[in-house]
Unconditional design. Structure first.
Length: 256
């Protein structure tokens, strides 16, 4: 009886021990699996990060190319606009230099005496003093500087050309000069204001160089027209023709 009971106790102890061993073995196995999974994830993370970063880097390349294309287009547009400004100043001053300096000689050619020439020459500064602030105020109030510039320059050229038909009547000649002076009084200041406002900070530093193109046109036209005025083959009428043609070209650049 005692032996059988001892056998039963031994079997029970062996079962408990095996169960404990099984539990401990399961725990070690599960912990090993978890550790292995963590190591695999840690080793895979750099590869995943590299794969995720690669498309982002490749996607940035077109953006850089687009920025370069936009920058090149902006440079081309800036260069073309500066060239238009240079040509505008050149033809504007060429047109005025081809006729305005020779108006007193044309008056003498028409037979006006010195007193009449002096009186007619006084019209321009007086009318400019009165009308220039009015044109400037109108341009600032309406904001249509370009339209006012084009209109006043065009009308001044038409009135200036009309004196060719009034050379035998000093009164009509004086009226034509009055209208010419009224319309032309603010042209130069409006032109400079529009050009400066269209330039950026860097380009404004070279505004004087842009304006030199106007002085170049003025010098060339004055020299050439003096030769034409003194020539026996030509006369003062050709000065008016050159003035009209170059003024029309300047108007085209004003509208562009």
């Amino acid at each position: 009886m005692m032996s059988s009971n001892s056998r039963v106790m031994n079997l029970r102890s062996r079962g408990v021990a095996s169960n404990r061993a099984a539990c401990s073995g399961g725990k070690s196995t599960s912990s090993g699996v978890v550790y292995t999974q963590k190591m695999a994830i840690a080793m895979a993370e750099p590869a995943l990060i590299a794969k995720q970063a690669a498309p982002v880097y490749e996607a940035k390349k077109p953006c850089c190319n687009d920025n370069n294309i936009i920058a090149k287009q902006a440079i081309k547009q800036s260069s073309s606009s500066l060239n238009r400004i240079r040509l505008l100043y050149f033809f504007f001053r060429f047109s005025t230099g081809s006729l305005i300096p020779f108006i007193p000689l044309f008056m003498q050619h028409c037979g006006f005496n010195n007193e009449e020439i002096g009186t007619l020459q006084a019209i321009r500064p007086i009318m400019t003093m009165i009308s220039a602030p009015l044109w400037g105020g109108l341009a600032d109030r309406t904001g249509k500087k370009k339209l006012i510039l084009t209109m006043t320059f065009l009308m001044s050229c038409i009135c200036r050309l009309s004196v060719l038909f009034f050379k035998d009547d000093i009164h009509r000649f004086a009226i034509a000069l009055c209208f010419t002076s009224v319309f032309y009084s603010a042209v130069s200041s409006l032109l400079d204001s529009i050009v400066v406002s269209s330039l950026n900070a860097t380009e404004r530093l070279n505004f004087g160089k842009l304006r030199l193109w106007g002085e170049l046109g003025n010098g060339i036209s004055s020299f050439l027209m003096m030769q034409v005025a003194n020539s026996e083959l030509y006369g003062f009428e050709y000065l008016f023709i050159v003035h009209g043609i170059t003024a029309a070209v300047a108007v085209v650049f004003m509208l562009s």
